[in-house]
Design a protein. Structure first.
Length: 482
């Protein structure tokens, strides 16, 4: 199937952009100086700006493209508790106490999304629809059932199993050997969330400038000189909120964050009877493959949005659309004749320990790495949203952990030119493991193992949920930032 796969109005832009309301940005000039400068106008940067602006701090948000151009408008609109590693894996790495705190932080990220949805004038279309997580191998259903029966040490999941015989109540596919439902997971309407957040940030008093690329950040005796494509700004504090789009702006972060492509297609509108038969619920969907699919219906139940990591290097959405459509119809053969109306891709930030990181070094705050392993696309939204407020309202952490620049068991950093080949080999290994009922290879295990501490000026930290702080003067609030 070639060109006939694509609808007449096929677009290589995110489906969400069609319905997203345009938010006008007043003015294009840059102030000569600002209290806090946020680099990145996505979920993380805007949530950081929302906190600082509401504290009365002068705040400027800069984005190389239009705000939200990156993954904030390119994701699948799925919410969960934002942690990739299991509780037992975290406990082995860091001890049970910190593992518990990390899990509570994951829950706090989802709770924060619910809190945002209740604010007056805030519209993100959040619905607690639940997640169905399918077992693509029989023995994996047994594993899911065992974990479900044992319960989670921290979260109250209310999860329940769906045996293969009852699959029709969840999905119209024979590809899964049953699965588990997590009823507290949610969906949002991406076309509504970012524009609503941007309007709220502007209303709070922050300045937001698009198509203003930050070229360099120079530390001064007091504060920073930030050189942009539109001129220079002196800033008292800087927050990096760039995730998979961090690039070379900060070499320290570039060594610790590898941008990985995530790919999504949207189908053309599907007949209602077929939708109801294949998708009797509005749940968000994923499965037990390590290179996981993530998919759902569009908010109006007329299209399927189907995403996954089909490549580490492909940038042409037409090519990735062919692979995604093939994988989608392997699950749902009835969709074989349904064409693709949109195909797009975006970058998320891979971290070697598969954990989110935020921290601070003498006024330079960072929250650029908020996703983990290549199977965790649905964790991005709540993690980015929650991570954005961390640099703005940070407190001494219960325990610091290094932000690793290499996989576990490696004694030296992987050179930059070898990082993508390393991940390509790892992902190929996991792909074979997905297709075969075999144990994970040592190389794949390294991708999920905690990295040993590296000597670097930055220290990243878990930051617990923070109590509300009172509005205060700019000077007092800036002291609180530090």
């Amino acid at each position: 199937m070639g060109q006939e796969l694509f609808a007449e109005d096929f677009r290589t832009t995110p489906y969400w952009q069609d319905a997203a309301p345009e938010v006008s940005l007043p003015g294009a000039e840059l102030p000569p100086e600002i209290d806090v400068l946020v680099v990145g106008g996505g979920y993380t940067g805007l949530n950081a700006a929302l906190q600082t602006a509401r504290e009365g701090i002068g705040t400027l948000v800069l984005d190389a493209e239009l705000p939200g151009w990156g993954c904030s408008m390119r994701n699948g609109g799925q919410l969960s508790t934002s942690l990739k590693p299991s509780f037992s894996g975290l406990a082995r790495r860091y001890g049970r106490e910190l593992a518990t705190q990390l899990c509570l932080e994951g829950q706090a990220s989802l709770d924060y999304m619910h809190a945002l949805s209740r604010e007056d004038g805030f519209d993100l279309g959040l619905r607690e629809v639940g997640r169905f997580h399918g077992a693509h191998k029989p023995h994996l259903y047994d594993t899911l059932a065992k974990d479900c029966a044992a319960g989670h040490p921290v979260w109250t999941t209310d999860a329940f199993m769906v045996p293969k015989a009852d699959m029709a109540s969840e999905l119209g596919t024979a590809a899964y050997h049953g699965g588990v439902v997590f009823p507290r997971h949610c969906s949002i309407d991406v076309s509504r969330y970012h524009p609503s957040l941007l309007r709220m940030v502007l209303a709070a008093g922050a300045m937001v400038r698009g198509r203003c690329r930050v070229l360099s950040i120079e530390r001064l005796t007091k504060g920073f000189k930030v050189q942009t494509s539109n001129g220079a700004v002196t800033a008292g504090r800087v927050i990096l909120a760039t995730n998979g789009y961090s690039g070379s702006l900060s070499p320290w972060h570039q060594r610790r964050i590898i941008p990985i492509g995530s790919y999504v297609i949207a189908t053309e509108e599907i007949p209602t009877d077929l939708v109801d038969r294949l998708f009797p619920t509005d749940r968000v969907l994923s499965d037990t493959r390590k290179l996981v699919y993530y998919y759902r219906l569009s908010p109006d139940r007329k299209r399927v949005l189907f995403g996954g990591r089909v490549s580490l290097s492909e940038t042409d959405p037409r090519n990735s659309a062919l692979k995604l459509h093939r994988d989608m119809t392997a699950l749902f053969p009835e969709l074989a004749a349904i064409r693709v109306s949109h195909a797009w891709m975006g970058f998320v930030g891979y971290t070697f320990d598969t954990l989110a990181h935020c921290g601070e070094d003498r006024g330079l705050f960072f929250s650029p790495a908020v996703t983990a392993a290549p199977a965790s696309a649905w964790r991005v939204i709540s993690a980015c949203t929650s991570a954005g407020r961390r640099p703005a309202r940070i407190r001494p952490p219960p325990r610091s952990s290094a932000f690793p620049s290499r996989p576990g068991r490696f004694t030296k950093e992987i050179p930059g030119f070898l990082r993508r080949p390393y991940l390509s080999i790892g992902c190929a290994t996991v792909s074979v493991s997905d297709a075969q009922a075999s144990t994970t290879s040592p190389l794949t295990a390294q991708l999920r193992t905690s990295a040993s501490a590296s000597s670097a000026p930055f220290r990243s930290a878990y930051v617990g949920d923070l109590p509300a702080v009172r509005r205060s003067s700019s000077r007092t609030a800036l002291r609180r930032l530090h």
